[in-house]
Design a protein around this ligand. Sequence first.
Ligand code: MG
Length: 374
Amino acid sequence: MKIVEITSVLLQPMPWVLVKVKTDGGIVGIGEAYHGAGVHQIAIDERLTKTLIGENPLDVDRRFRDMMKGMSASGYYQGAVMSAISGIEMALWDIAGQAVGVPIWQLLGGRFRDKVRVYNDCHAGKDETPAAYAAKAKEVEARGFTAIKFDIDPLPSRRDAYNRCISNDDIAHYVEVVTAVREALDSNTDLAIDAHWAYTPVDILKVAHAFEDLGLLWLEDPIPAENVEAMAMVKNSTKTPICTGENFYTRFGFRELIQAQAADIVSPDMAKAGGLLEGRRIADFADMYYMPMAPHNICGPIGTFAMTHVCAAVPNFLALEFHHLDNALWSNLLKEGPLIVDGYIATGEKPGLGVTLDEGVAKAAAKEDLGFFS
Ligand code: MG
């Protein structure tokens, strides 16, 4: 079997990037890349595609290396290039699974679980009151989710947009809204909070300390993630579990974080970090330190379902992110019925990826088609 063509499409309003890999045997693979600027164009850039055309798609890991070599001799890539490579890697796994007649999770080592727990990323809306947060939490919990997440982003009242400091009033507000959510939820429903790298260690630790008796699932990205020593200091200074990693690329990007045990939970985004096998490697690396993995994810249903194969195949999976509740395009892009049922995605038994893109729906949502529908 040989790869004969790589194409891509950029959808809207969410800029989801789908890639398609065609083979001479008629098997077609689909993947999704993280939606960074220009990723759909990089996926069909000749420097990538020339390493794939005419080659065997079943040698997935070798093709992954070749794609990195194609962009440079050095091999270690980050940013939009690695996002494009990640989407193509997913499509190669789809081809490999179809070729041998088994689901991707089987090729990744088999399953620890046949359904994958999804957590819903909530947004309270413009109403910043504790009651609004609590009402949103109850609404999402009633729809079957057993884990949810809210953001504590800088408030309009902040004194300075750049110094990462939090006023005492704003700290009190964060504690009030998160306490209201926690008290509104069933004790067995997990609650995570995302701070989006916005704060100083000393200030976010005041918040984390105030959260300690709430039993949070995690506090995510309390400070910028690139300084692992600073992250380790925060993690080692609070009983509130710390989660980070959504902007790290490949296992090499996670090496220092995991070896320093600078987080309690890692959150790789497989649509940018290197694809499915790289996701499994990051999970295995974290597992050597007994750290769970809770993948970051803002993909559409193709990328999300691709990630569930890894989530099923590693022991230390915790929960998979989901952002698109009540998004009609998310719901209509697949020919199958609702992907998420009572807060879980069933991994299924179908060969390859195991879900089918509705190309008519995708075509109607296409912002820029780079040969995907040809
Ligand atoms: Mg996040």
